[in-house]
Design a protein around this ligand. Structure first.
Ligand SMILES: CC(C)(COP(=O)(O)OP(=O)(O)OC[C@H]1O[C@@H](n2cnc3c(N)ncnc32)[C@H](O)[C@@H]1O)[C@@H](O)C(=O)NCCC(=O)NCCS
Ligand SMILES: Nc1ncnc2c1ncn2[C@@H]1O[C@H](COP(=O)(O)OP(=O)(O)OP(=O)(O)O)[C@@H](O)[C@H]1O
Length: 281
């Protein structure tokens, strides 16, 4: 019988590590990475890492609230409250800059889902349960006109909320399959780059829409498709320059890449536990 506190803290370790791996993947077009700030004048690598670390308690609390529970409106509202608290902590640490709002949402729901299942299910089930939680109404979300909502209203796309409510289709059908095949064909680093490019080639990212309109989104999708098909990852350097020049930032793809890495880490934890049990018996 695993201890809920230890399990929750381990999940939070993995969530934070996934966020650090995402920001450390270099070069990424328009995003903060080890080389530069991308299209974010108010952000840098150190702030991103500080922000990721300050969210450990948020993810741990979400896992504790969900451990062994079932998806419900009450759980959704608890997770929402912890998430908003996490957003406040993040804004204190970053002096008001949005570093990980989308990530708190996506990785937070996946954390709650993993805690519901006590880590004993695959990536698909984790996405579906996260979607179930996201579909409950949270009566306490303060009314706000976010950049995401403005883009959703103007361009009629699904944003971060619907992506989660549909059980993360871009993770299930785009990034996770390409991550797994690239791990076999290439290596872990290339798997992350290819998953990220595949997300960018397909996702209606409201960060891109907010900054570059429909032209910006189409430009990013097309460029990512070309690089993915050519397989030439050296092109990412020029892509970064072009994105900075156009002030584009694929923040939604970055969040879903972190979520993909997180799901992979959870599955590795489960597999190593199964192997341990098999050795004992
Ligand atoms: C649903 C959320 C993400 C708000 O999203 P909204 O579309 O209103 O826009 P906002 O521009 O503030 O943030 C969206 C972020 O999601 C990411 N994103 C953008 N597009 C996508 C996409 N298609 N799919 C997934 N993520 C995306 C980006 O990082 C972006 O910055 C969430 O923060 C929320 O519900 N906030 C309310 C407060 C709350 O309850 N928070 C805690 C919930 S756990
Ligand atoms: N490496 C990264 N660099 C920059 N943003 C990232 C990175 N990883 C994830 N993101 C996501 O991108 C979002 C920040 O994007 P952006 O700054 O465009 O958002 P905004 O605050 O809505 O808009 P703006 O800064 O244009 O007013 C965050 O929600 C965060 O989750």
């Amino acid at each position: 019988m695993q201890d809920a506190h230890i399990f929750s803290s381990t999940l939070a370790d993995l969530a934070v590590a996934s966020l650090v791996e995402e920001v450390s993947l270099t070069p990424k077009p328009g995003l903060v990475d080890l080389n530069d700030q991308g299209s974010h004048n108010d952000l840098d690598y150190a702030t991103m890492v500080k922000s990721a670390n300050c969210l450990h308690e948020t993810f741990s609390k979400m896992a504790m609230a969900a451990y062994g529970e079932r998806p419900s409106q009450s759980l959704r509202e608890k997770i929402g409250e912890i998430g908003r608290e996490g957003e406040n902590t993040m804004f204190q640490v970053t002096n008001g800059v949005n570093t990980h709002k989308g990530a708190i949402w996506s990785l937070g729901l996946l954390t709650a889902s993993a805690a519901i299942h006590k880590g004993e299910c695959d990536e698909l089930a984790l996405c579906f349960t996260a979607g179930e939680i996201a579909r409950f109404d949270d009566r306490y979300i303060p009314p706000q006109l976010t950049n995401g909502i403005k883009a959703i209203n103007k361009y009629g796309v699904n944003g971060a909320k619907v992506e989660a409510q549909l059980a993360f289709p871009h993770i299930r059908t785009v990034s996770m399959p390409i991550f797994k095949t690239s791990l076999i064909q290439y290596n872990y680093e290339v798997a992350k780059f290819r998953s990220f490019l595949a997300l960018m080639a397909n996702l209606d990212d409201t960060c891109l829409l907010h900054r570059g309109g429909i032209e910006g989104l189409d430009y990013a999708k097309q460029y990512a498709t070309t690089v993915l098909e050519s397989g030439n990852l050296d092109e990412l350097e020029s892509m970064n320059e072009e994105f900075i020049w156009r002030n584009l930032s694929p923040g939604g793809s970055a969040d879903l890449l972190a979520a993909t890495i997180y799901l992979y880490k959870i599955s590795q934890m489960r597999l190593s536990k199964d192997m341990e049990l098999a050795t004992i018996h």
